[in-house]
Write a protein that binds this ligand. Sequence first.
Ligand code: NAD
Length: 357
Amino acid sequence: MTKRVLILPGDGIGPEIVAEAVKLLDALAGDGLDIELDEGLIGGSAYDAAGSPLPEATLAMAGEADAILLGAVGGPKWEPLDIAVRPEKGLLGLRSELGLFSNLRPAILYPQLASASSLRAEIVAGLDLMIVRELTGGIYFGQPRGVRTLDDGQRQGFNTLVYSENEIVRIVRSACDIAMKRGKRLCSVDKANVLECTELWREVASGVVADEYPEIELSHIYVDNAAMQLIKWPKQFDVIVTTNMFGDILSDAAAMLTGSIGMLPSASLNETGQGMYEPIHGSAPDIAGKGVANPLATILSVSMMLRYSLDEPDIADRVDAAVNAVLDQGLRTPDILSDGMTEVDCEAMGDAVVAAL
Ligand code: NAD
């Protein structure tokens, strides 16, 4: 059956990097991949054209799509806008409308780029770990929340960390499904020694793995130790599953281990397997329009889409191999350039990946 992919270029470098990913998708379609592409507006450019960062038409197309590829949203032009119509609202709205509760953030460091990391090469070269972050619950959404005035007149801020069993079960299942496609090792990160909510998290996670995924080797670790271990020996991890806030922090730390923001893809999945795929970086207004952005994070987002929403793991492997091949050829956009390598622009990098494919 033909799979529908919605393309949302967005703002800043979004249209430049997404164009290279579309080039790749067109090449794959010409090679037998049964997909149909639609294109929609999101973010600041959607606000300019349609008065909303998430127009109804985009939402309708997203609902119909098997997968969504997003560039990036935002930029200084839209910062003065009211928060309700800022570009980021488009992204958050799409996440909540589609129920994208499982956020997959890989941290991969290609051996060819090991010198880009601030850690020693032997610690990070060949790093390949996946952080699965719960995206629609936890302390970022828990009620009650706010700032109140106490009897003595001082203000007090408060938020609520809350997870129900079914929320824990579905994110742990999602992480187990990923682990089954990788090394079958899952590490659940919590703070069960202090927070009852994550004590429940630990108990439920253990139950899901024991009952449904007996092949998976499960470990538990406190979040403070997880932060230390990520810096000390990140290659010990295969898949990490954790709460919204812990995942927010740990996934940024893990991304920075690789030192190259232009190389990292991400995915957000819902219960039906529908997913939104996007590079982890933003719209990079400082280089937008110059044609020098690195399109590889977006191209690797296509690889994740093939693997997790389109059920085409072999084609995903081919895309990953093509990216490896262009790095082996010494081709580098300015953000990952080092001595002795050949500098290319965004378009030439995209062409090289298609040629390597
Ligand atoms: P950013 O990720 O856009 O840029 C940070 C730095 O990394 C910049 O120097 C940029 O030039 C560089 N960079 C990022 N992507 C690159 C690429 N593909 N190739 C080469 N260099 C790259 O983060 P920022 O500057 O903090 O934010 C800029 C705008 O993006 C803001 O409006 C922010 O709200 C938005 N943003 C959007 C998303 C998203 O759409 N998911 C995520 C983060 C930030």
